[in-house]
Write a protein that binds this ligand. Structure first.
Ligand code: AMP
Length: 286
């Protein structure tokens, strides 16, 4: 797979890949690739003629320098994996390439960046929106693929594409999970074995909430069941729990009348884990 380290090289490669009207897809990642990323790549290949994968551990979306320093990196293994999985090019820029000296321009979804997960991580979604906008401007893809796992991130990206009239189609891919339900994440590599087993509590809690929603339970019952399930796992500490309307991302209360998204985050063994589930009310309540 052809690796581009500079903006100029990436632009030239992307232009070549688009030649003759070929559709180009971008899969933005932070590396330490796993089967979740490969599902995004497969979705890209199914919809486009050529695929660029970017690996960039974006410093502006990390609030905590320690978290940034600890973020897993495995670029050589990632490049080998991408070659086998059929990526056409890998964009692997240095931070100074993306944020040139004196860089001062930001992109922010003003409401969405500051609520839910964003309220607990100030600046995070500004960093995400800014880097995604830069990547779209460099690669100029026809479509870009994101995981549902980072549910609010997906909403932020959709909003910025709509508001800034960016000519990119956004495709969402369902969360890929381990056998015990744990959502695959690069951060899982940092879990000690006992914590890895405990981490499955997030998916169990979401399963319970989904069953309650399907039985017509009000949102308050879902909150309670999610909290109780996470609290029963001594190695886990609940960090965030938000249940929002899947369309407009406003918090929901009472009985569901349409699809909602649950965003759950918990710390296990010092590692922040995120998971998400879309839930529907029973057919009769819709
Ligand atoms: P990351 O490298 O963690 O920033 O993730 C890059 C992209 O892969 C994002 O769009 C994520 O939502 C997506 N992703 C990460 N983990 C998964 C997963 N387990 N299933 C599906 N998509 C994922």
């Amino acid at each position: 797979v052809e690796t581009c380290a500079t903006v100029a090289a990436m632009r030239a490669t992307a232009a070549r890949l688009r030649q003759g009207g070929r559709r180009l897809a971008l899969v933005p990642t932070m590396g330490a690739l796993h089967d979740g990323h490969l599902a995004l790549l497969a979705a890209a290949r199914a919809r486009a003629d050529a695929v660029v994968v970017s690996i960039f551990v974006n410093p502006t979306q990390f609030g905590d320098p320690r978290d940034l320093a600890l973020y897993p990196r495995s670029e050589a293994a990632d490049a080998a994996l991408l070659a086998g999985a059929g990526a056409d090019a890998l964009f692997l820029p240095a931070a100074a390439e993306i944020y040139p000296p004196g860089d001062e321009t930001i992109v922010e979804t003003t409401r969405l960046a500051g609520v839910f997960h964003g309220a607990r991580r100030p600046g995070h979604f500004r960093g995400v929106a800014t880097v995604v906008c830069k990547l779209f401007n460099i690669v100029a893809p026809d479509l870009a693929i994101f995981g549902e796992k980072d549910y609010q991130q997906l909403a932020v990206v959709r909003r910025l594409v709509r508001d800034l009239h960016l000519p990119v189609e956004i495709v969402a891919v369902p969360t890929v999970r381990a056998a015990d339900g744990l959502a695959l994440s690069s951060r899982n590599a940092r879990l000690a074995p006992e914590d890895r087993a405990a981490a499955a509590v997030l998916a169990r809690a979401l399963d319970r909430a989904q069953a309650l929603a399907a039985a017509g339970a009000p949102v308050e019952d879902l909150h309670e069941a999610l909290r109780a399930t996470v609290a029963a796992e001594p190695r886990a500490r609940l960090v965030g729990l938000d249940i929002v309307d899947a369309e407009d991302f406003a918090p929901v209360q009472g009985r569901l009348t349409r699809r909602a998204g649950i965003m759950l985050s918990a710390e296990v063994g010092g590692v922040l884990l995120l998971d998400q589930r879309e839930v529907d009310p029973p057919a009769g309540d819709r």
